[in-house]
Ligand binder design. Sequence first.
Ligand code: HEM
Length: 467
Amino acid sequence: MTQENSRNPLVPYGLVKAHMMMSFVVILIVVIAGLGYSMQFIDLYPLKDIAFFSPGRVRMVHTQAVAYGWLANIFFAIVLYMIPKLTNKPILSEKLGWFVFWAYNTLVVLTVVLILAGFGQAQEWGETPVILDPFIALVVVLYVVNVVTSIWRGRHEPYYVTIWYVLAALIWTPLVFVMGNFLPEFVFAGTGGATISSMYIHDLVGLFVTPIGTGMVYYLLPVLMRKPLFSHSLSLIGFWGLAFFYPMNSVHHYLYSPIPMWAQYASIIASVGVHVVVYTVVFNVIATMASDWKKVTSNVSLQFFLVGALSYLVTCIQCAVQVTLTFQEIIHFTDWVVGHSHLVLFGTFSFWAFAWIYYLFPRLLNTPIYSASLTRWHFWLSFIGIVVMDIDLLAGGLVQGFMWKSLVPFIDSVVASKPFWWVRTLSGVAIFAGTMCFFINMVMTWKESRLPKTSEVPALDSELARG
Ligand code: HEM
């Protein structure tokens, strides 16, 4: 643990910083696009007559930027930091790392521009223009080769659970990307294509975001708590549970569709199996924290971890309910699902990413976080925003579902949804304001890091994170 405060020559710090700073820019684009698009629902979207910013395109930018701009960049950064430390071996090549950084982010920028220009691919979550897909796949493979080399070189020592999670994600991610972006459009037609598409939607979260996110928590939590993880065995049960159950879940996105019923039933059973995975993670996190709650209340990274773990628990309970056929009759196609998506990708995985950023960014720059009060504003505005947004969308989804089931005219359900959409936009304003606090805080920290140091910077976690 003392090593945490000293520079490790194996870690490519410049690359970690570059990916991390890129993620700060993209999360801002994510919330601006989300907020803008939400205004369309309450007839306030200002740019709807400009084709380049038409709301449908902005929605695609919002979701693609979440997955491939924000989460991918921050995960790339954290993996590049964690893996050489855990394996005690360097990545293949820092030069290759820089090539990947520039190539990948050029593709992210091109994705945004081409989607806005009207070249999005008609695949849910695969809206990156077809022309860019092969290049994205290639660059991701290069990233994988770079990091897997470090894991391969370290194979003579036992792997900590984080390495298992990251290794699995690195192998799965390019496969998932290629499967989702090419097979439904070019190989399998009809329900076969839909089945593959559901696997892509689900596995992007389950086999890319979830394992890296969980691996990140299992690395940093013991460091911050200065205690080992509550149970290493439990973490491994969670890992194998994820590997076994997650890929079979996917058809639950298309319940009541023409996909064969046996596949739909199998996906429901596997979804229940995934609960084991979630409970192991949540239990392990809370049990590790329980050894010293005082520390949790005084460290902002631990608070982000805690909220993330509780959001994960809630999403899982939601999932247990929403995956049943009875409940699907009501909530399918409603805002309930959108609430669920935000709780997973923002409430859980983005919160865990923020926990890491408040820990790592000051260390990368050797400069304390600029403002403790901006940090607190970021935490509370994001927390209140996501809680209100989730409750609001779940409630709105139920209202929509029951109205559709009772066969009232569709437009009545639109009118009834308006108050919920207003609340969603207001909660979005809170998230946007929180993200601005975060962005300004990070930019100012970076600016301060460039000033000549007047005194030696303290090296303790709490002092650096000022949280
Ligand atoms: C200012 C804050 C935000 C607002 C107002 C907002 C709003 C929206 C809206 C209006 C949609 C489209 C819903 C629909 O088509 O019916 C959406 C989709 C989505 N947003 Fe956000 N969003 C915000 C922030 C975020 C953040 C920070 C994340 C994740 C890091 C995120 C993740 C998603 C996801 C995953 C979807 C797809 C939902 C689905 O298709 O089920 N959003 N958002």
